[in-house]
Design a protein around this ligand. Sequence first.
Ligand code: FES
Ligand SMILES: [Fe+2]
Length: 399
Amino acid sequence: MQHLHPLSPLLREVTASLPPSYYCDPGIYTEEVRSVWARGWTYVGRAADLAPGSMRRVDVAGTNVLLARSKTGDIHGYHNVCPHRGSELCTTNEQPLRGGRILCPYHAWSFNIDGSLASTAAASRAPDFDPSVFGLYPVGVTDWNGLLFVCPTDAPEPFGTDNAFGTQDLDNWPMRDLVTAYRETHLVECNWKILWENFSECLHCPGVHPSLCDLIPIHKKGLLAYYDDPDWSPETPAPESELRPGARSWTISGQAATAEFPGLTDDQRSTGHVYCVIWPTLFVVAHVDYISIVSYRPLGAEQTEVTGEVLLSPSALADPDFDLAQIVTFNQQVQDEDAAVCELNQRGLRSSPFASGVLMPEEYNVKTFHEWLRRRMDAAAAVAIPAVACLGVERSHVG
Ligand code: FES
Ligand SMILES: [Fe+2]
C-alpha cells in the first residue's frame, strides 16, 4: 500500500467496523430511528403518483404523515392527526380531498390545503375558541426531481446537506417527465445499515454478481471504479465506459431497452451509469434509457423494506416492441443477490465471538457512511429532547 497516490480514496489503515449491537440491538435501532430517520428526509414516492385533489397516508420513521395535493398541484404534508380530539385524518394510500379540503372522518372538521381550520361542522364554538390555533401540524415536504421526501418535524433541516451525493449529476435526465413503469417491494431480514454497507463496496461483486461483473468488467476485480485500483493516479485516463465494449445500459442484453434520453452529454451516454445517493433513504442509478430507484425503509433492528422502481419515458411504455423484462430481470437479479448476502451478514453478526469487523482499503465508502451515521447520532444526542408540545399551547400555528 506504500505506493498509493495521495489522492487515492483507498483506506491506509485498519479501520474497525461497527460492533454487532448496531445491527441487532433494539435500543440502538430506536436511537437511530430518532436520530437519523426521524430528523432527516425520507423518500415517500413520486409526486406524479399522487393525483391532484387527493391525499395519501405514509409512514415516515414511525410517524404517521398525510400528504395532500391540491387540484393545482401543490403538495403539503401534515401529521396525520386531527387537532379536535386526535383522530387519524387520512386512512388509505389514496383518497380524494372533499371540496379541496382535508376532512376528518370522525366529527367532520375540515382543513384547507394550507392546513388551516376551515370548518368545525356540527360543533358550535365557544366564545374563546380561536380557529387559528387549530390548524394541522406541518411536516417538511420537498420535491426533488419529482421525488417526494418528508422530514417529520416542523423545522426540517435543508434537504441534502451532508447526506446527498451526485444529485446534480442527474440534471440532464428528464426525471419529472418519466412514468413509474415498475415497482416491487421486498422484506429483507437485515438491519438497514447492512444494505448501505453492501451498496458501498464491490469486494463482494466477483463472487455474488456474475451478470453485473460480466457487464462491468472493473467489478470482476472487486473494485467499484477504475480509481480504486491501487496503481491509480490522477494521470490515469478514465475509461470511456464502465461497461463492456459495445454495451450501453444495465439490461439483459447490455443494449438500451428503448430510445436513449435526448438531453444527455456524450460522457453521460458512454459511461453506462450515473449514481446518486441520498442517505439513508435511497439511491438512484441513471442509465441512457431508464432510471432505477432503490429505497429503504427500516421496519426493525433486523428487518428492512426494500423497494425498487423503474422510471421510463411514456413513449417507451407505449411501444409494443418494448420489453420491460430486459430491465427488470437484470435489476431484480442484482437486488436479489445483494439481499441474500445482506441476510447472510445479519445472521452471522449474531455469533457471539464476533466483536467488531474490519474495513479493508477498498471499503472507504463504508467508513464514510459510518462517520456520517456517528455524526448524525452525536448531533441528535447533543440536542435536548423538546417537551412534547400541547395542543393549542406550544405547537406552531398554520395558516
Ligand atoms: S377528531 Fe377530527 S373532527 Fe373530531
Ligand atoms: Fe452488490
